[in-house]
Design a protein around this ligand. Structure first.
Ligand SMILES: C[S@@+](CC[C@H](N)C(=O)[O-])C[C@H]1O[C@@H](n2cnc3c(N)ncnc32)[C@H](O)[C@@H]1O
Length: 460
């Protein structure tokens, strides 16, 4: 009997050593060159450079998220007590608050059940909360949460508009062949491309497990129920809506879901006929010239890069906030022929339950690879992070952070439910941390900021 190679084997390479071929066995994927192993989590291959760190990160984020949902429910219930006492006429407010707190609690349970392989054993300890998470906060579990509902519930108009833009550039060209959709999110454009433009194989890849697991369910033709919490609800009942997410039908065979970081990606050189980056290039966290060189590397000669979405580089360094003209010349430098281009102004996240939405003028290009360029060097972590036995350098900014953390810890420890601002100011003066005439105002400023911060919602 001959071994039939897995259809992904020749498309993948090790995200750790960046050279070895990956093979699948009963324990997951492993690299033939460096021996690194990569698990399959919730039926999705986890092909990131450091799987244990990545999984620990998402587990902690999930712990933060569900805790925040339960904290929100408790806070709403506290507010509810004051509303019902103060204004007996506000039945609608009471109903809205009850609906929202019930939804927050239920959502926490639903999210935990859905992301079961990523649930932290036990409760999130205060020390874990203090240490926080490592990935940028704009890549949390819920940063693109509305996309789920747009993709699989109410967003037909928007989803069709995105497909129309891609189809206009892809439709008359060669067949899509082996296609990689990078930063696919909850997966609707990937699904539509897979179903309607019929690539010979489709890889649907993202870094975010909530979106990837949802894509898994949708492609398989299953239903998923999660709440939508619109920013500006139209009616009181719209504060929390239990939505049923589903695809028009289960996807045909030939697609594969992969968890990967596009910046340390497990894709082999010259592997793909088509790479699609929907709404990714301005959030991926790398200057376009470097990212374009990565895309070049994964494409076969003559292969096409389809990019669609915004050019909102406003979080990048100023030099990297490219205009469309600059972006187009970057493509040519990165080995692509001058691209075919379309621009369209489309509705963005227009939930029927929300008064909030926006218009985006999106850019879609199709750029063919005409020359191979040097791939970017693999990203390097500092040696003291890769080698846990090395001393960690004490820089001036770490010194500064350390002093302010000690002062914060000292002040927070003074808050015991009994001391007043004056009591605390006196102790600070006794410790010679501040002169008497500055202490009271400083304590007030610190407490105000701390109480404000404790009320703010973070993204996990
Ligand atoms: C603006 S959303 C767009 C999602 C989807 N393409 C769509 O159009 O709805 C950006 C997506 O890129 C993903 N992403 C961001 N940085 C990434 C990275 N380094 N590697 C892989 N995916 C990334 C996010 O998780 C998110 O799903």
């Amino acid at each position: 009997m001959t071994d039939v190679a897995h259809p992904l084997t020749e498309l993948l390479c090790c995200p750790r050593c960046t050279r070895g071929k990956l093979a699948l066995d009963s324990a997951g994927w492993s690299c033939a060159t460096c021996g690194s192993g990569f698990p399959v989590v919730g039926a999705v291959p986890w092909l990131v450079r450091e799987p244990p760190e990545s999984l620990a990160e998402w587990r902690t984020r999930l712990g933060f998220l569900t805790r925040q949902l339960r904290d929100d429910a408790a806070r709403i219930e506290r507010e509810l007590a004051t509303v019902s006492e103060a204004t007996p006429a506000s039945d609608r407010t009471v109903q809205r608050l009850v609906r929202q707190s019930d939804a927050c609690r239920d959502q926490a349970v639903r999210i935990e059940k859905f992301l079961q392989p990523l649930v932290l054993p036990g409760v999130l300890a205060p020390v874990q909360r203090g240490l926080g998470t490592a990935m940028p906060s704009e890549q949390g579990l819920t940063n693109y949460y509305v996309n789920l509902h747009r993709d699989w519930c109410w967003g037909d108009e928007e989803n069709d508009a995105s497909l129309t833009e891609c189809r206009a550039l892809l439709g008359n060209g060669p067949a899509l062949g082996r296609t990689l959709i990078l930063g696919a999110g909850a997966g609707r454009l990937a699904y539509d491309i897979h179903m309607q433009l019929e690539p010979s194989l489709t890889i649907v890849s993202d870094i975010n497990p909530l979106l990837l697991f949802a894509a898994r369910e949708m492609f398989a033709g299953h239903e998923l129920q999660l709440y939508e919490f619109p920013i500006a609800p139209r009616a009181p009942a719209d504060v929390a809506l239990l939505r049923t997410l589903r695809a028009p039908q289960s996807a045909r065979a030939g697609y594969h879901l992969i968890a990967a970081d596009a910046l340390d990606a497990p894709f082999a050189s010259n592997a793909f006929d088509t790479v699609v980056t929907p709404w990714l290039i301005d959030v991926v966290g790398e200057p376009l010239p470097t990212f374009a060189a990565r895309i070049n590397q994964w494409l076969k000669p003559g292969g096409r890069w389809i990019n669609t979405g915004s050019l909102a580089f406003n979080r990048a360094a100023f030099a990297d906030r490219l205009s469309l003209d600059e972006a187009l010349s970057v493509l040519v430098t990165a080995g692509f022929a001058p691209p075919e281009l379309r621009e369209a102004t489309i509705a963005y996240m227009r939930s029927p339950a929300s008064r909030h939405s926006r218009l985006e003028t999106i850019v879609t290009w199709s750029a063919s690879k005409r020359a191979q360029v040097d791939p970017p060097a693999p990203r390097r972590l500092p040696a003291w992070l890769t080698n846990s036995t090395m001393p960690v350098p004490r820089t001036a900014s770490i010194e500064f952070e350390s002093v302010s953390a000690r002062v914060h810890a000292f002040l927070l420890a003074l808050v015991n439910g009994e001391r007043s601002v004056n009591d605390m100011a006196r102790l600070i003066v006794e410790q010679r941390l501040l002169p008497a005439d500055a202490a009271e105002a400083a304590v007030k400023r610190f407490l105000r900021r701390t109480f404000d911060a404790s009320e703010q919602r973070d993204q996990y």
